[in-house]
Design a protein around this ligand. Structure first.
Ligand SMILES: [Mn+2]
Length: 261
């Protein structure tokens, strides 16, 4: 599709682009930014950098990178240190290329995927280490709640760490049962109500100012009503957080919250 076609479609729907989220084609199945072949890595970076140009042309200020192919399936299949260094080099090159367009780059990490059972960046801690090593002001992180749950993390704690480090570029809200490593992509706050409430509380505490995305998969549901549910759910958390987060001290140090209705 052409730039004009996208602009016309967005305008017709009354929408604006918040970010461009890129996906690598299957030719990168042995790795995009970790690929052992220098030429493949350079082409992957160039492809992503083109996404930054698209973002700028669409009036968006961010490129979100999720790379399912940067990982491995078998023990002894990857030199983790070499793969890490390639990842750092690639993101540095990408961040510098995107800086020309005044676009920032964020990594959406995911611990496991059917494409790679272990990711080179499997956790919030590893993602923060990567951000430290990349060391670019326009490089940060996108947290996806379903991915955090897959990693065995508490989304609020992850947001607190990343937000506190000044690297929380964007957040994708959803929910999951997390069975057998599946991501689910359920509506926000539909499974873990208290986890959702705490996440919203911490987004406020770290003064998060980015977009709120809903990365959900309404495969059986009416997608418009599902989208409305997500927004409604977030607003309920926002209201509940105001009234209960600081005041209810029945459990622990932070207080116990009744489920948002
Ligand atoms: Mn996502």
């Amino acid at each position: 599709v052409s730039l004009t076609e996208v602009q016309v479609a967005l305008k017709a729907a009354g929408l604006a682009a918040g970010a461009v989220c890129i996906r690598f084609p299957e030719e990168y199945r042995l790795g995009a930014f970790t690929n052992p072949d220098r030429g493949m890595r350079d082409r992957a970076v160039a492809l992503a950098a083109d996404g930054c140009r698209w973002a700028a042309d669409l009036g968006a200020r961010e490129l979100i990178v999720w790379s399912p192919y940067d990982g491995y399936d078998y023990h002894f299949a990857m030199d983790y240190q070499a793969a890490w260094d390639r990842t750092v080099d690639s993101f540095q090159a990408l961040a510098d290329a995107c800086n020309v367009h005044d676009v920032r780059v964020s990594l959406e990490f995911k611990p496991t995927d059917e494409a790679t059972r272990y990711s080179i960046v499997p956790s919030t801690g590893a993602a923060l280490l990567l951000a430290t090593h990349v060391d670019r002001a326009n490089f940060g992180l996108t947290l996806d709640v379903g991915h955090l749950l897959m990693a065995g993390e508490n989304p609020a704690q992850s947001a607190a760490l990343v937000g506190g480090a000044g690297k929380l570029f964007s957040i994708q809200l959803n929910d999951a049962h997390v069975r057998l490593g599946a991501e689910d992509g359920l509506a926000f706050g539909s499974v873990g109500s208290v986890a959702a409430l705490e996440l919203v509380a911490w987004l406020k505490k770290v003064r998060y100012e980015g977009h709120l995305y809903y990365d959900t998969f309404p495969r059986k549901e009416n997608p418009v009503r599902e989208a409305e549910y997500n927004i409604r759910r977030f607003k309920v958390c926002l209201e509940k957080e105001k009234s209960t987060f600081e005041t209810d001290k029945d459990l622990g140090n932070g207080g116990f919250h009744s489920l948002p209705s």
